[in-house]
Design a protein around this ligand. Structure first.
Ligand code: 1GP
Length: 240
């Protein structure tokens, strides 16, 4: 049976059940290391495996996802840096539009380039508003997309951008401080956005402690994404 990922996320939001995703970047993690990595993930309460990165070489994502699939039943969601990172072996794709930026390439061009692949694929396509927020360092997504993140001071613009995403018909709002951010998205921003929108809220970037993770949930994040903290310490989720 095909898993309906978005339906599941919405049902969890209704019930107040918080969700956790681990981000695996094929550019940082070798395929050889996947068995050990996925064994750790399987032992924890991880709901989704996100796969993607800002700069992944052509073809690698396909092999990477195929290998993950052999090792786990956890649904795999593509979090692509560009259209070359699509593979039919995953369960779903976050169909991202970088609404914080003003670069047409990431607002709409990449999406158009992906249609040829997506119309033939069985991936669940989840329209997602992707909002880059200043995390205190210049992150890869900022460099690659050549866009300026929204300052954490500018809460009005963040909330307005999230609402614009919802009004455009996006099904998820993703607040992103960028992988390896020095400062994750502030809890006040998470709360303001969560109170303003009615669709599920994803938060990621720079979350390195369990307290930060719990605070993101308490303030309204429905799904939190962890990359670096798990990459650096495979025991990060141990006492969840
Ligand atoms: C997902 O980019 C993040 O939104 C992952 O960030 O690597 O800092 O956890 P970290």
């Amino acid at each position: 049976m095909k898993i309906q990922i978005l339906q599941h996320i919405n049902a969890c939001k209704q019930k107040g059940e918080k969700l956790l995703a681990v981000l695996l970047d094929p550019d940082k993690l070798s395929i050889e290391k996947l068995p050990e990595t996925i064994t750790q993930i399987n032992q924890n309460k991880v709901n989704f495996i996100f796969v993607g990165g800002s700069t992944v070489f052509n073809g690698i994502t396909d092999l990477f996802v195929k290998k993950i699939k052999q090792l786990t039943v956890i649904p795999i969601i593509l979090f692509p840096g560009d259209f070359s990172q699509l593979t039919n072996h995953a369960n779903a794709v976050l169909f991202l539009s970088l609404l914080s930026g003003r670069n047409p390439e990431y607002l709409v061009e990449q999406q158009i380039k992906s249609v040829g692949f997506l119309k033939k694929s069985s991936l669940e396509i989840i329209p997602t508003a992707y909002i880059l927020i200043d995390g205190g360092v210049e992150t890869s997504v900022q460099k690659i997309s050549n866009t300026t993140p929204i300052s954490q001071e500018n809460t009005k613009e963040i909330v307005t951008t999230a609402l614009a995403g919802q009004f455009m018909g996006k099904q998820l709002i993703y607040l992103e401080a960028g992988s390896g951010a020095a400062k994750p998205v502030d809890v006040k921003i998470i709360r303001l956005v969560a109170e303003s929108i009615s669709i599920p809220l994803i938060v990621g970037g720079g979350i390195r402690t369990k307290i930060q993770l719990q605070n993101a949930y308490k303030n309204g994040a429905d799904l939190v994404v962890i990359g670096t903290a798990f990459e650096e310490n495979y025991l990060f989720f141990d006492d969840f």
